[in-house]
Design a protein around this ligand. Sequence first.
Ligand code: FE2
Length: 182
Amino acid sequence: MDRNHALALLDGHVHKESLRNHCLATAAIMRAAAPVMGGDPDRWELIGILHDIDFEEIDEDIDRHGEAGYAILKEAGVAEEIAEPIRRHNYMKFGDFDEPADIALTAADNISGLVIACAMVKRGKVTDVTAKSVKKKFKEKAFAAGCNRDRIRKIEAYMELPEFYGLAVGALQEIRDDIGLS
Ligand SMILES: [Fe+2]
């Protein structure tokens, strides 16, 4: 499977622009984190693109999240090494896994929202966001309260948090035109 195939599959199941942007943002951060964490950037990017493919279909039945995505991906012939981490990223249901890709996925899932929220404060200019500003907002629990700081902190097994912030900011700056930022 290549990136275009993954995007086409995603577009068949995800129609909300904000959710699509979230998937692309998570993927870009996964790709950037892979070299630091000993992962395969191509595989990790695909996991990021597809991780929430079931989100509109489960209609807020969060218990089905991951499992429903896995079914969609298997039906489409997607490899187990991509589908399985997506299934189990619903850690509230399946518990925690120690694979680097699992840790990167839920960390990227949450830091992407925090960086995008920081960009929104700057009128959508992600080029004005820095690792330092993300660090400050990370400490303000009421800011982007839906972004789970504990999931982000799990990345500390592989790198210092400021490195992860910088890597996430850089990744989103690179794809800013694709995710409605500037
Ligand atoms: Fe997500």
